[in-house]
Structure formats: structure tokens, C-alpha cells
Design a binder for this molecule. Structure first.
Ligand code: GLN
Length: 232
């Protein structure tokens, strides 16, 4: 990456901080999403300009033509399909409950009754909390703009539980002593997709899907995943 791949330049929305999918190291953006979109761009002969932003702002920014593409650990959902077009899936994920290491009274969704839940704006985790609020009676849902702030809220005891994508929280717990643990079964299973503006970007979507397939065929996809998730 880094060089000119020829072709058009597309603005690519990424989450501000969402390791192992996107994070900053020494001023550079790294991660599975960053490497994938760079490799797709190189394969298909276009250029990208990264636009890190709060996850909750990404779909609105696509709709407002401020972004051409988003790759942000974004789960493909029926609701989002009404607003954007998705590429073929590129990663399997799903939500989990996360509590403080010494918390033993939350192991399943029903245990959220009367609890304070931290979520990140605009995410499937936030949607799940809303759903559980009606189902089991959550006391309060606190919204954060980025995952580290949400983790912090449970680490420091201000919230009882948070909801996050399993691969992301598992990676965070492994890399840092957050005082957190995942509990219970996955709350759902979903898949990440790369998003473009709905209905108007079929050519770009085709390049993205072709690039993704080429990376799967030539081993580059596995190489990227293994760079960040070796041994998992
Ligand atoms: N996969 C989740 C979603 O799509 C979370 C994404 C994120 O926080 N970057 O809502």
C-alpha cells in the first residue's frame, strides 16, 4: 500500500478505534479493515483516503455523500440494508455481554434486569440493549461514542455490563488488563460487510467484491487475518 494504484480516490470511513479492525500505531492506521481495504484498492486499481470517525456517524456520512465506502467492523443487518449496500461478508462476529472480572451475578440477558448497561452509539450492541430494555427491564442505558470509553465505564464500576462484538472485546481483554471478562453465550451471530451508498455505487461495489474474492483466492485475506489474530 501507500503508492498510487491509479484510478479514482474514494473516501473510506473507519471507526476511530476498534482493534483489531482499526487502530492507530505510531501515527499510522492499522488493522484488519485497514489492510483489507488497502489490498482491495491495490488489487482493483483505485485509491483510498481514510476518514476515521465515530461509528454512529458513518452511515449518515455515506448517505450525505461525505464517504464513498465504510469498513468499520460493520455488521450486515436488514435495517442497514435499507440505508446502504453491503459487499459480500468478510468476517464472522456476534455480540457478547461483558462484565467486571469480579462480577458473578450477570451471566445471561435476563440478568440485566435493573442493571446499568453501557453501549456504543449506533451499534448492533446498542440495538440489542434497547431490545433487552423492553424484554427484561434494564435500569439505564448509557451511550458512548467509542468502544474504549464504553469499556472504561464498566472497568471503573459506573456501569454493570456492556455489549460488544466478541472478536473485538476478546482482543481488547487479551491485549490490555481491562479488568473485564465476557460472559454467557453469544447474543447473536452476524457478519461484517463493506458499505457503499445505496443504489448508486454498483461499480464500486463490484470492484470491492471482486477484490475481496481475489484476496481470498490468493491467500492475502488469510495473511491479513493471521497478522492480527494469529493462533485464534
Ligand atoms: N459490529 C457492530 C455494528 O455493526 C459494531 C461496529 C463498531 O463498533 N465499529 O454495529
Amino acid at each position: 500500500g501507500g503508492g498510487d494504484n491509479g484510478g479514482d480516490t474514494y473516501k473510506v470511513g473507519v471507526d476511530t478505534t476498534y482493534p483489531p479492525f482499526e487502530f492507530q500505531e505510531g501515527g499510522d492506521y492499522k488493522g484488519i479493515d485497514i489492510d483489507l481495504i488497502n489490498a482491495i484498492a491495490e488489487d482493483q486499481g483505485f485509491n483510498i483516503e481514510l476518514k476515521p470517525m465515530d461509528f454512529g456517524g458513518i452511515i449518515p456520512a455515506i448517505q450525505a455523500d461525505q464517504l464513498d465506502v465504510a469498513i468499520a467492523g460493520m455488521s450486515i443487518t436488514d435495517d442497514r440494508k435499507k440505508k446502504v449496500d453491503f459487499s459480500d461478508p468478510y468476517f464472522d462476529a456476534g455480540l457478547t455481554l461483558v462484565v467486571s472480572k469480579d462480577n458473578n451475578d450477570i451471566t445471561k440477558p435476563e440478568d440485566l434486569k435493573g442493571k446499568v448497561v453501557a453501549v456504543k452509539n449506533g451499534t448492533t450492541g446498542a440495538d440489542k440493549a434497547q431490545e433487552l430494555k423492553d424484554e427484561v427491564g434494564i435500569k439505564e442505558i448509557r451511550q458512548f461514542n467509542d468502544s474504549p470509553s464504553m469499556f472504561q465505564e464498566v472497568s471503573n464500576g459506573n456501569a454493570d455490563v456492556l455489549i460488544e462484538d466478541y472478536p473485538v472485546i476478546a482482543y481488547a481483554i487479551k491485549s490490555k488488563d481491562l479488568g473485564l471478562k465476557t460472559v454467557g453465550d453469544r447474543l447473536n451471530g452476524d457478519q461484517y460487510g463493506i458499505a457503499v451508498k445505496k443504489g448508486e455505487n454498483q461499480e464500486l461495489l463490484k470492484m470491492i467484491n471482486e477484490g475481496l474474492q481475489n484476496l481470498r483466492d490468493n491467500g492475502k485475506y488469510d495473511e491479513i487475518i493471521n497478522t492480527y489474530l494469529e493462533g485464534e
